[in-house]
Design a protein around this ligand. Sequence first.
Ligand SMILES: NC(=O)c1ccc[n+]([C@@H]2O[C@H](COP(=O)([O-])OP(=O)(O)OC[C@H]3O[C@@H](n4cnc5c(N)ncnc54)[C@H](O)[C@@H]3O)[C@@H](O)[C@H]2O)c1
Ligand SMILES: O=C(O)C(=O)C[C@@H](O)[C@H](O)[C@H](O)COP(=O)(O)O
Ligand SMILES: [Zn+2]
Length: 369
Amino acid sequence: MHTLEVDLGHRSYPIHIAPHLLTRADLLAPHLQTRQVMLVSNTLVAPLYLAPLKATLTSLGHQVETCILPDGEVYKTLDSVNQIFDALLEHRFNRTCTLIALGGGVIGDMVGFAAACYQRGVNFIQIPTTLLSQVDSSVGGKTGVNHPLGKNMIGAFWQPQLVLADTQVLTSLPARELSAGLAEIIKYALLGDADFITWLEKHLPELCAYHSERLGEAVLRSCQAKAQIVAADEREQGVRALLNLGHTFGHAIETHMGYGQWLHGEAVAVGMYLAARMSCALGWLTQAQVARVQALLQAAQLPYLPPAQMQVQDFLTHMAVDKKVLDGRLRLILLQDLGQAVITQDFPISVLHDTLNQVHLEAQQQACM
Ligand SMILES: NC(=O)c1ccc[n+]([C@@H]2O[C@H](COP(=O)([O-])OP(=O)(O)OC[C@H]3O[C@@H](n4cnc5c(N)ncnc54)[C@H](O)[C@@H]3O)[C@@H](O)[C@H]2O)c1
Ligand SMILES: O=C(O)C(=O)C[C@@H](O)[C@H](O)[C@H](O)COP(=O)(O)O
Ligand SMILES: [Zn+2]
């Protein structure tokens, strides 16, 4: 088992990564304050993995209640979070209870948000079951829900007590969801780790083939990268914004196309390609480096061109509400080199427009082929 720590002073917490962690009572017990435990999952994950986890918790003497939400990004809403509050109140849960998120990033983000709000803040544990949630969303305390006008617009920073990444559960993940997780892994490489790019170029075929050891290494390396950034800048005042590489474009795609139509990781993949193209237009990356980014995404079985029906103005409209907008000016994460991202507002807006125009044309051409 690999264990690392997110170093946040008295709010520090461990991330354990290994197969078969759902039944590890010894890892859960130290983080459960009282008897009351609310297990939150969804209609797809619960039938697969809830029973062994519930048995583990029951064997420790806990009162385990469950709240099973509908599955999908379209249900990442205040209404779903309210269903968690209903369950907590119906069972008279108090301030010392613990919420456990068993599922992907959608469940993790909502359970974290419910924990941040319930009786002004209770403990929670992340048990991420998708590759994306193991490498990214379960770590760092960004929690929340979507709004029809923008992704993750309602939320809070609220750190978990523990992250248990059971890599065995990845075996049941559909290939499209595995690829979505690979997008966030590629993100860590592109934003800050050129050696990781080389590693991925070598190992992406194995990762796509669910190679368990290789997946474990990728989860570990990604969590190390994220833990380091979060420890340095918990509330995104500076360096943490680099974790948003590809996201301003990606969130525009998710919102415009309708939540759940494009997976988060797919939209981020396209966003990273757009960031690379724009960096090239600014003279920061060579065309050969952009081709390397494209090849990485293709090796991960991810898209790199945006939806052909999405117009340049559609991007601009959604990007205008991005959380990184400062005094009405868009800030983007771009690449000064492969493995070296920066946050910048220092670009001619024409470069953004030209890049979006060119890539839109390429997407339309590809759609006609
Ligand atoms: N908080 C953060 O820092 C952060 C980081 C990245 C992404 N996110 C958010 O995470 C969400 C995306 O997360 P996701 O990709 O995990 O999506 P998801 O939670 O929708 O899970 C993807 C699908 O896989 C299913 N699933 C989960 N585990 C499974 C398993 N082991 N076997 C089979 N099916 C399984 C889910 O039920 C769902 O249908 C987005 O809302 C995104 O905004 C948050
Ligand atoms: O943890 C972070 O910080 C990230 O930006 C991670 C992203 O992968 C994630 O999608 C996050 O939810 C995006 O944050 P947002 O603030 O742009 O909603
Ligand atoms: Zn993301």
